[in-house]
Design a protein around this ligand. Structure first.
Ligand code: 6PG
Length: 628
């Protein structure tokens, strides 16, 4: 039995035009329900008298009687079918009846009818149609204000997609749009859904699908049920909505339509503990939930991001091949995407990525500040230094963009000089700091980068401070670029060591089985912290069960670089610079190489004022001293 498609909506919305075009494309007959009205109904309509229920029942029965002739080839029927019960009547004798609802506002239809030539139009009749209309919530729902071609394409694609889309994506912000185009460019059939906010976000997915040729086989939805039903089983749904309550809200709206074994992936920057909670809650219902870290910004999302999924192997087997298709490639051509671990590990790894990102950004800002305000170099000279460094082992995406940033002018003026010096943040940097402290991971460089952003945002206080103290920044007299480069290199290694050690601790703490070398590999391309250093860390982290600072290939580098790091920290701090990440990296390094630390004093103080006890170097046990 073939499907009978009922193109429905109020008079004048375009049912006949669209219905005929669909029938032509599907190569099946078209019928106009108006042709089945008894003469009495036709007379009423011609005189502008609205039809009532009792007029419509015999008319619908006449149509249904035709079904036996239509059911083998299928058919397209243009019929107002305004009420739910009319549609039920049209479906009663045939299982495969699909409604295609052409939706439009009263004003739109009125305007369209008013310009129709040779058409009798009675506004009372139109009002009565809108009063009678009970808009369907399922079936194919379309925005009738789209062009004829767009509408027909949408309807045909929706029909094709109804059981065949490989992947669904929810949330068409900047990242969601770019990822959808990336999936489509890799021949992955997509269903796209964006929330419906009356007068604000309407038909976003449908409109988006028609804006890009690569989405020609994708389908946009404004109704969640139709979206879910368009996905092949097990359903794979990628969320690109704002982290926080929006993720819970979308998951709740999806749940009634999902089946056991379906997979939801959260591609936003969600907090990993939220991901753990959602994973457990959905697991109990037989639904897989994967926290998927995605890095690379808008361009990465479109051309190849670094992807960090965490969750069950069973779920990854279904979604991995799709994610790996759209990911960036490493130098060997392998996807910068791999299951990083179980539970909320994907979002944890992405969070630490962002922490490293914060400190890497801050280090470049500190280098820039030293070169500009203490080395007295021009912006062009700084850009040239960054370019030179980028040609060698300091190469990184962040350094590349920083060179472009210092060269950028607007109306002949350097843009950097007019950008307000208040750094914003969305939260992942401070989340990573809190999370590291909670599992006892020293996070010096990253915590300082977060604090630097916080202090930067206190602009008014800083300006007051400048007025109160009026201490000029001084020039560094014996300025040496090679020393700064070496200090920068050393601080970067220390920052990466801190990031990866936090991952190591978290992996043990949460039992995630993270593979640090593999994480470094998927961070070599597509993501914001891609760099030559990251490439070098892949073999260093492979099978090495300790901090990279103790690796035989790193020790000589740090041995050479640490003295330069000391020089730069002394020079910069001594001349009035604020260099929190440079100084934190040195402080961390100094602490990590002190077999004897100042903590004996802390323990003694704790015992002195609180009888908290201490342990000793010379004998086993727990001790308390009566100090006075
Ligand atoms: C990435 C970025 C991305 C985002 C940061 C910005 O890897 O693509 O990290 O996720 O740009 O989260 O964070 P802030 O607004 O906190 O700087």
């Amino acid at each position: 039995m073939a499907t009978i498609y009922i193109v429905m909506g109020v008079s004048g919305v375009g049912k006949t035009t669209i219905g005929k075009a669909i029938a032509q494309q599907l190569k099946i007959p078209f019928y106009d329900a108006d042709d089945f009205h008894p003469p009495s109904n036709k007379d009423k309509m011609a005189s502008g008298t609205p039809l009532q229920d009792e007029d419509r029942w015999p008319w619908l029965d006449t149509i249904v009687v035709q079904y036996p002739q239509w059911k083998f080839k299928g058919a397209v029927l243009a019929c107002s079918a305004l009420k739910k019960e009319y549609r039920s009547r049209l479906q009663v004798d045939h299982k495969q009846v699909e409604t295609i609802y052409l939706s439009a506002s009263f004003a739109f239809v009125q305007q369209r009818l008013s310009v129709r030539k040779n058409h009798f139009f009675n506004p009372t009749l139109l009002q009565s149609q809108f009063d009678t209309l009970e808009a369907p919530e399922s079936g194919i729902i379309c925005d009738a204000t789209l062009s004829k071609d767009s509408l027909v394409r949408h309807i045909i694609n929706t029909m094709k997609q109804q059981t065949t889309s490989q992947l669904g994506l929810i949330g068409l912000g900047v990242m969601g749009k770019s990822l959808s185009r990336n999936f489509a460019n890799h021949n992955i059939t997509m269903s796209l859904y964006n929330r419906h906010v009356p007068n604000v976000e309407e038909d976003v997915a449908v409109q988006f699908v028609y804006s890009y040729p690569e989405l020609k086989d994708s389908c946009g939805f404004d109704a969640i049920e139709a979206f879910v039903n368009s996905l092949s089983l097990p359903r794979k749904i990628f969320l690109m909505v704002n982290a926080g309550p929006a993720v819970d809200a979308v998951v709740t709206s999806l749940e009634p339509y999902l089946s056991i074994g379906d997979i939801i992936m959260d591609g936003g920057n969600s907090h990993y503990l939220d991901t753990e909670r959602r994973t457990k809650a959905l697991q109990e219902k037989g639904i897989h939930f994967l926290g998927v870290g995605v890095s690379g910004g808008e361009e990465g999302a479109l051309k190849g991001p670094s992807i960090m999924p965490g969750g069950t192997t069973e779920a990854y087997e279904h979604v991995g091949p799709l994610l790996e298709k759209i990911a960036a490639r490493d130098t060997h051509g392998n996807a910068c995407c791999a299951k990083v671990g179980s539970g909320g590990s994907g979002h944890f790894v992405k969070m630490i990525h962002n922490g490293i990102e914060y400190a890497e950004m801050q280090l470049i800002a500190e280098v820039y500040d030293i070169l500009r305000h203490h080395g007295m170099l021009s912006l062009e000279e700084i850009a040239q230094i960054f370019d030179l460094w980028n040609e060698g082992e300091e190469n990184s995406y962040l350094l590349e963009i920083s060179s472009k940033i210092v060269r950028k002018t607007e109306d002949g003026q350097p843009l950097i000089d007019v950008i307000l010096d208040k750094a914003q943040q969305k939260g992942t940097g401070s989340w990573s700091t809190t999370a590291a402290l909670q599992i006892g991971a020293p996070f010096d460089t990253i915590a300082q980068a977060v604090l630097a952003r916080i202090i930067s945002s206190e602009k008014e206080q800083r300006v007051k401070g400048q007025q109160h103290y009026n201490i000029e920044r001084e020039e560094i007299t014996n300025f040496d670029i090679a020393t700064i480069k070496s200090a920068y290199h050393t601080a970067r290694i220390i920052n990466h060591a801190i990031g990866f050690e936090t991952l190591r601790k978290a992996s043990k703490h949460y039992d995630w089985d993270l593979h640090l070398s593999e994480i470094a590999r998927i961070w070599t391309n597509g993501c914001i912290i891609r760099s030559t250093l990251m490439e070098q860390l892949i073999p260093i982290l492979d099978g090495f069960d300790d901090t990279i600072l103790f690796h035989e290939s790193v020790i000589p580098q740090i041995t050479n670089g640490q003295s330069n790091l000391k020089i730069i920290v002394q020079q910069a701090m001594g001349t009035g610079a604020s260099i929190p990440v440079f100084s934190a990296s040195l402080s961390y390094f100094n602490a990590m190489i002190q077999g004897d630390s100042s903590a004996s004093m802390i323990q003694a103080q704790r015992d002195f004022f609180g009888a908290h006890t201490y342990q000793r170097k010379d004998k086993e046990g727990t001790f308390h001293t009566v100090w006075e």
